[in-house]
Design a binder for this molecule. Structure first.
Ligand SMILES: Nc1ncnc2c1ncn2[C@@H]1O[C@H](COP(=O)(O)OP(=O)(O)O)[C@@H](O)[C@H]1O
Ligand SMILES: [Mg+2]
Length: 260
């Protein structure tokens, strides 16, 4: 049974003059339990729009999104979200930021402590629990943001370019940490990125969207077990192939714009 099922999903944005911009057109996707899927595509093709709809943060124009056969209507604790910017509360310590959602959800204190300790360890945040966000590097803030999402034990983790704002080395480390956590917990992950090397390194399956309005252009299964070597020939060839496929189908004079 797929965890997420997206059927004939359309999204148009309407501006104040009533003019519609079609962002996504007839998206059909199934994401299996425990699968790690990366969504890639040119800038503005609707990746974030799709993720926000799966998160229940944005309504579709038509079509449906099912989580375990139940339509997604608004946000839910089954779905954890991590954006590019960790958006931690600046006045709360790392620990207070991470337990905040569990407090709201009335998770018993003992259980909170258990989950906090687990993700502090998994996200390499030991010794940073009592620091404030401003005292942390961007990479550390992002680790705290991921821990904050994971302590809620969501069925699905949605991530929108979560490592785009950190330096290259930190990014590689965070990717490796995500792979490690994923191996320990077998969570379903829906990950948006415009970085093809990142996508092939992380994903079981990569979905390429067309230029706007985004449609599913192609799917690629990454047939390489974890842990992967990011310089593996197969991954490099696959990323090169996806790069070549991007923007195919758009007019040649538009192609440069869609190049990511
Ligand atoms: N709130 C909005 N109002 C109007 N248009 C929007 C809004 N958000 C996104 N769009 C448009 O929808 C398209 C898809 O945007 P987005 O999902 O952010 O793309 P991506 O994440 O792939 O870069 C873009 O053309 C963007 O300009
Ligand atoms: Mg985006």
């Amino acid at each position: 049974m797929p965890t997420i099922k997206i059927n004939h999903l359309h999204k148009s944005y309407t501006n104040e003059k009533g003019e519609a911009t079609k962002a996504l057109e007839d998206i059909n996707l199934e994401i299996r339990d425990g699968e790690f899927v990366c969504i890639v595509g040119p800038s503005g093709c609707g990746k974030s729009t799709l993720l926000e709809m799966v998160a229940g943060l944005l309504d579709s124009t038509s079509g449906e999104i099912l989580l375990d056969d139940v339509p997604v209507k608004g946000t839910s604790r089954d779905i954890g979200v991590v954006f590019q910017d960790a958006s931690l509360f600046p006045w709360k310590t790392v620990k207070k930021n991470i337990v905040f959602g569990m407090d709201i959800a009335k998770v018993p204190k003992e259980e909170q402590e258990k989950r906090l300790a687990k993700y502090i360890r998994l996200m390499n945040l030991t010794e940073f629990e009592n620091k404030y966000p401003a005292q942390l590097s961007g990479g550390m803030q992002q680790r705290a943001g991921i821990a904050r999402a994971l302590v809620m034990n969501p069925k699905v983790l949605l991530m929108d370019e979560p490592f785009s704002a950190v330096d290259h080395l930190t990014r590689c480390t965070l990717q490796e940490e995500l792979v490690r956590i994923r191996q320990e917990e077998n969570r379903t992950v829906f990950f948006v990125t415009h970085d093809l090397n990142e996508a092939v390194y992380l994903a079981d399956r990569v979905i390429l969207l067309t230029p706007r309005p985004g449609r599913v252009q192609q799917e690629y299964t990454v047939k390489l077990p974890h842990p992967r070597n990011r310089n593996d020939d197969y991954l490099i060839r696959l990323a090169t192939r996806i790069m070549a496929d991007i923007g195919r189908g758009c007019r040649e004079d538009e192609a440069a714009e869609y190049f990511i």
